[in-house]
Ligand binder design. Structure first.
Ligand code: NDP
Length: 281
C-alpha cells in the first residue's frame, strides 16, 4: 500500500513558516498585504476567496478586499489594477478567475505588475521561471515541488512525467521539475501510448482534468503519484484525476483528494506574498 502524502500538514508547516517571516518583517515595521479582487459572485470563486482571506489572517498578512459587481467593465478593472500597482501599501495582487465573459482575462493578468503578481501568471514571471531568474512561481506547481521534497523524495535524476501542459499547471510543473534536475517528459492529449510513457515515471504528476482517469495501469510499481485534479464525482464527493483506490495499491506514495495538492496552493500563495517584500526590495 502506498504512503499517503499529507498536504494538509505540509501546508500548515509552510503557513507557520510564513507567519514567522511576516512577524519578523512586522518587527521591522513592514506590513505584508494582499489585494484580493473578485468580480461577480460565482459561488465557487467566493469559497476560494474566503479561504485565501482566512489564510492571510492566519499568517498575519493584511488582506485588502475588492468585491466588484458582475457588470464591472474591463476599463474599470484595469484602472483598479493600475492604482494597486502604484499603491505602496499593497504587496500582492490577486484577481480571482474566472472573470465574467465580457472581460479579457489575459489583458487583466498582463496589467498586474510582475513584482506584485503573486499568482505567477504574468508572462514576465513565466519567462523568469523558464530561464532560472528570480520571480513568482505559479502556486499549484510550486506546491507540488514542496510536497515531494518535504515528504523526503528526491527529484534529481528521477524520471518525471507530467500529464497535462496547461499554462497554470502542466508547463510550470515541468519547468520546476527540470529546475530540480529531474528528467522530465510532458504529455498531453496528442501523446501516443500515454500508458507506456506514464509507466516510465518515478514521479508522476497528473493534471489532466479528467476525474479518476489515471488508474494503476498507468503507474510503475513504487512511483510517487501526485494528483492535481479536483472534481466532484456522481455522489458529489471530491475526487482527483487519479483513481485513488486502484493506484494506492501499486504506487510507493500518493496524494489524496482532498488533502493533497489543494491546501498547498493557498500555502504557496501566502509564501509568495511574503516573498513579494523581498522582490520589491
Ligand atoms: P486544463 O484542462 O487546462 O489542461 C488539461 C491538460 O490535460 C491539457 O494539457 C490536455 O492536453 C491534457 N489532456 C486532456 N485529456 C487528455 C488525455 N486524454 N490524455 C492526455 N492528456 C490529456 O486543466 P488544468 O491544468 O487547469 O487543471 C488540471 C486539473 O487540475 C483539473 O482537474 C483542475 O481542476 C485541477 N486544478 C487543481 C488546482 C489545485 O489547487 N489543486 C489548481 C489548478 C487546477 P492538450 O493541451 O493537448 O489539450
Amino acid at each position: 500500500m502506498a504512503i499517503l502524502i499529507d498536504g494538509k500538514s505540509i501546508s500548515t508547516q509552510i503557513k507557520d513558516e510564513v507567519k514567522e517571516q511576516v512577524s519578523e518583517l512586522s518587527k521591522k515595521g513592514i506590513t505584508v498585504s494582499l489585494a484580493v479582487i473578485q468580480v461577480g459572485n460565482d459561488p465557487a470563486s467566493s469559497v476560494y476567496v474566503r479561504n485565501k482571506k482566512k489564510a492571510c489572517e492566519y499568517c498575519g498578512i493584511k488582506s485588502l478586499s475588492y468585491e466588484l459587481p458582475e457588470e464591472t467593465t474591463e476599463e474599470e478593472l484595469l484602472k483598479l489594477i493600475r492604482d494597486l500597482n502604484e499603491n505602496k501599501d499593497c504587496n500582492g495582487i490577486l484577481v480571482q478567475l474566472p472573470l465574467p465573459k465580457h472581460i479579457n482575462e489575459d489583458r487583466i493578468l498582463d496589467e498586474i505588475s510582475p513584482l506584485k503578481d503573486v499568482d505567477g501568471f504574468h508572462p514576465v514571471n513565466v519567462g523568469c521561471l523558464s530561464i532560472g531568474k528570480p520571480g513568482f512561481v505559479s502556486c499549484t506547481p510550486a506546491g507540488v515541488i514542496e510536497l515531494i521534497k518535504r515528504s523526503g523524495y528526491t527529484i534529481e535524476g528521477k524520471e518525471c512525467v507530467v500529464i497535462g501542459r496547461s499554462n497554470i499547471v502542466g508547463k510550470p510543473m515541468a519547468l520546476l521539475l527540470l529546475r530540480e534536475n529531474g528528467t522530465v517528459t510532458v504529455t498531453h492529449s496528442r501523446t501516443q501510448n500515454l500508458k507506456e510513457v506514464a509507466k516510465r515515471a518515478d514521479i508522476l504528476v497528473v493534471a489532466i482534468g479528467k476525474p479518476k482517469m489515471i488508474d494503476a495501469s498507468y503507474v510503475k510499481e513504487g512511483a510517487v503519484v501526485i494528483d492535481v485534479g479536483i472534481h466532484r464525482d456522481s455522489e458529489n464527493k471530491l475526487c482527483g484525476d487519479v483513481d485513488f483506490e486502484s493506484v494506492e495499491k501499486i504506487a510507493g506514495a500518493i496524494t489524496p483528494v482532498p488533502g493533497g495538492v489543494g491546501p498547498m496552493t493557498i500555502a504557496m500563495l501566502m509564501k509568495n506574498c511574503a516573498h513579494s517584500v523581498e522582490l520589491q526590495g
